[in-house]
Design a protein around this ligand. Structure first.
Ligand code: PLP
Length: 496
């Protein structure tokens, strides 16, 4: 029996971050009191995390702030239940409430994205991708080794098993975007399992423009003839033409898979429509639920009807028991994302990214592709004489949280890098707008101008060490705090 909502909870759910209010305060405070009764240091760390998140300008493009309703849906006894299988077909008894939760989450997901089928069990984006890869293999390839893997699970396979499996699968090929150009390690990067399962090749971006070169991609696809063409990214600041991607996939007999982990919120919020809506064009779409989509930490697979039975075998092939409490929170997040306010939010995320990009460009910053069409900006900091690592650290010292990221053909490699990735989903949730983004661009520019690499013993500039003017650091940190003051995070929640 569902407990009826109190008016406070309804209000909190409708305006999740501006009116979190008294109900959320009571709930979080009580929860932490109970935790503190057993291990006070953990309760303290949870409370401190809220203070830390409140105090900093969070520009990590893959992070967000979930609503109190989403967070609270996770902290309960659904966590105690085993429910391997799918709704109505479980390997455990007593799953009727998990069935309800999973069914509602999948209904919301199908409606939100216009998908034939939704599988809401993957625990993370990586799990969703693994589920999707094996679904396509099992739909399209006959292999005794695959049948064995389905029974035993892939975790037990040795290197030799992998080689045999790859061979028995006909050395199937995957074509994905290179890590260097903004792709993800699960799109065929060698050390990742995706690079072990498939004979892999990658496509990059045009060195002159930084944009995906669809003609070059088509040529590679025609020559390589992949089973799976993977689109999607973690660090590409522009739109992707998924209609064109599907044409290329169809021409070479590939299944088009789109990993929308980063931009699912922009699809849900109807910013990415038509040619830019992956769900309309790809046979299979994977996502995380915790990035721009603003749900709990987790994953999901959407697919055409023909793939549904294969996707639903994610458990037991690569997943164990579903996280029922997280599926409940996914359902809550999808319900929030179906509201008109979420579309307003998603459009504001993009407006904010554009304002941030313009603010940086106006101050002489260099951006990969010269700007942005989505929620992220990739700034090339080599013009300031810094590596990405130095820029990331100097900004963090000043209360601005970003992450270093390689730029295409990065001379500093994947560890030091030459860029920082900046994203607007989190600060937009907090309520910041384009005027604040311009101010943030000024803060970033101020810090980077005041940062210089130290010199190594040999006289060369260090790639890691730097000097940042103390007065600039403190001044920017103060301005960051002032900037955030009118936009409280989880207002009304006071754990002190
Ligand atoms: C973040 C991300 C993932 C991985 O998500 P996890 O939940 O961290 O496993 C997968 N693909 C892309 C494109 C991502 O950006």
């Amino acid at each position: 029996m569902a407990t009826p909502y109190t008016p406070h909870a309804v209000e909190a759910a409708q305006a999740p971050h501006t009116a979190a209010g008294a109900a959320a305060d009571t709930a979080f405070r009580s929860a932490l009191d109970v935790v503190a009764g057993v291990e006070p240091r953990i309760a303290a760390a949870i409370g401190q995390e809220l203070e830390d998140q409140r105090a900093s300008l969070k520009l990590i493009a893959s992070e967000n702030y979930a609503s109190p309703a989403v967070l609270l849906a996770m902290g309960n006894w659904l966590s105690d239940k085993y429910a391997e299988g799918t709704a109505g077909r479980r390997f455990y008894a007593g799953c009727r409430n998990v069935d309800t939760v999973e069914t509602i989450a999948a209904e919301h997901a199908r409606a939100l994205f216009g998908a034939d089928h939704a599988y809401v069990q993957p625990h993370s984006g990586i799990d969703a991708n693994l589920t999707a890869f094996w679904a396509v293999l099992s739909q399209r390839v006959e292999s005794p080794a695959l049948e064995r893997a389905k029974v035993r699970g892939v975790n037990d396979l040795t290197e030799q098993d992998w080689a045999q499996l790859r061979q028995s699968l006909g050395n199937q090929r995957m074509l994905g975007m290179s890590l260097d150009a903004g792709g993800h390690l699960t799109h065929g990067f060698r050390p990742n399992i995706s690079g072990k399962m498939f004979d892999q090749r990658s496509y990059g971006t045009d060195p002159a423009t930084g944009l995906i070169d669809y003609d070059a991609l088509r040529e590679t696809a025609r020559e390589f003839r992949p089973l799976i063409l993977v689109a999607g990214y973690s660090a590409y600041p522009r739109l992707v033409d998924f209609r064109r991607m599907r044409e290329i996939a169809d021409e070479v007999g590939a299944t088009l898979m789109v990993d929308m982990a980063h931009f699912a919120g922009l699809v849900a919020g109807k910013v990415l429509t038509g040619d830019h809506d992956p769900v309309q064009h790809a046979q299979i779409v994977t996502t995380t639920t915790h990035k721009s989509l603003r749900g709990p930490r987790g994953g999901m697979v959407l697919c055409d009807t023909e793939l549904a039975e294969h996707v639903d075998r994610g458990c037991p092939l690569v997943l164990g028991g579903p996280l029922s409490h997280v599926m409940a929170a996914k359902a809550v997040a999808f319900a929030e994302a179906r509201r008109p306010e979420f579309q307003t939010y998603a459009h504001a995320v993009v407006d904010n990214a554009r304002a941030l990009a313009e603010g940086l460009l106006r101050r002489g910053g260099r951006l990969v592709t010269g700007g942005t069409d989505n929620h992220l900006v990739l700034a090339d900091v080599s013009g300031y004489g810094l590596t990405g690592r130095q820029a990331e650290a100097a900004l963090l010292d000043s209360g601005v949280v970003t992450n270093r990221n390689s730029v295409p053909q990065d001379p500093n490699g994947a560890w030091y890098t030459s860029g920082v990735r900046l994203g607007t989903p989190a600060l937009t949730t907090r309520g910041l707008g384009t005027a604040e983004m311009d101010e943030i661009a000024a803060l970033i520019d101020t810090v980077l101008r005041a940062t210089t690499p130290t010199t190594t013993a040999g006289g060369a500039p260090s790639k890691a060490q730097y000097r940042l003017d103390d007065a600039v650091r403190d001044g920017v940190a103060k301005r960051a705090t002032d900037l955030l003051a009118p936009f409280p995070l989880y207002p009304g929640v006071d754990l002190t």
